[in-house]
Design a protein around this ligand. Structure first.
Ligand SMILES: Cc1cc2nc3c(=O)[nH]c(=O)nc-3n(C[C@H](O)[C@H](O)[C@H](O)COP(=O)(O)O)c2cc1C
Length: 194
């Protein structure tokens, strides 16, 4: 039995390719590990604020600023509590949606999810991450490969907080005639878990 955390960042509900793909990944995990539980954090509904001066200073002072850190602390706790994290990543303007970036800004915290105490160390250990990426173009290979700025960044920043075991799946080409007709089916079928 695994504790699965689904971080979603598309506001499109059932029409969303990244949510469909994440759900397929979760289904496969549950087949492998019957009884696994799922917590969903819809970052588009949560509306994490941009970091302001107060919040940035609260990240340093912590205890005295606990009331300001409620949402951040809850998001961090969800990460520590999870065995497997599935992150839905629609591509917006060659990057991730700002809702997902805002979530990152709330979970990447010195002394909480990373530390410089003994050299740089990510504090989230032994967790598996799946990225469920969705885009209208094709970025896994070909001429647009270098223009997906979301996956490389996510791999780096998640690794920075200790989440180094990352596997990606994609629904891509959803806007390209000749590819779009089968893009969803092909992406969903690509989900094979060891
Ligand atoms: C604001 C916006 C920007 C987008 N920018 C890109 C882009 O840069 N490249 C791309 O291939 N698709 C782009 N798309 C298409 C989405 O990536 C595609 O519709 C994807 O399926 C969205 O994820 P979702 O289905 O989970 O909502 C964009 C869509 C929106 C709404």
């Amino acid at each position: 039995m695994k504790r699965i955390l689904h971080i979603s960042s598309s506001p499109r509900g059932e029409a969303s390719s990244s949510i469909m793909l994440a759900n397929r990944i979760i289904e496969k995990i549950q087949n492998l590990h019957p009884g696994s539980t799922v917590v969903v954090n819809d970052t588009t509904a949560k509306d994490y604020p941009h970091l302001d001066a107060q919040l940035i200073s609260a990240y340093k002072t912590m205890e005295e600023s606990a009331h300001l850190l409620k949402d951040s602390d809850a998001a961090v706790k969800e990460l520590f509590d999870a065995d497997i994290i599935v992150i839905g990543v629609p591509m917006y303007n060659f990057n991730m949606p700002s809702a997902l970036k805002a979530w990152i800004d709330h979970v990447v915290r010195p002394g909480v999810t990373f530390s410089y105490a003994n050299g740089l160390e990510g504090l989230l250990k032994d967790k598996k991450v799946y990225l469920a990426l969705a885009a209208h173009g094709v970025y896994s290979d070909g001429p647009m490969k270098d223009y997906d700025f979301s996956e490389p960044y996510l791999r780096y920043i998640l690794g920075f907080i200790g989440l180094t075991d990352i596997t990606s799946f994609r629904i891509e080409g959803g806007g390209i005639p000749g590819i779009m007709e089968t893009a969803v089916e092909k992406g969903l079928d690509s989900v094979v878990l060891a």
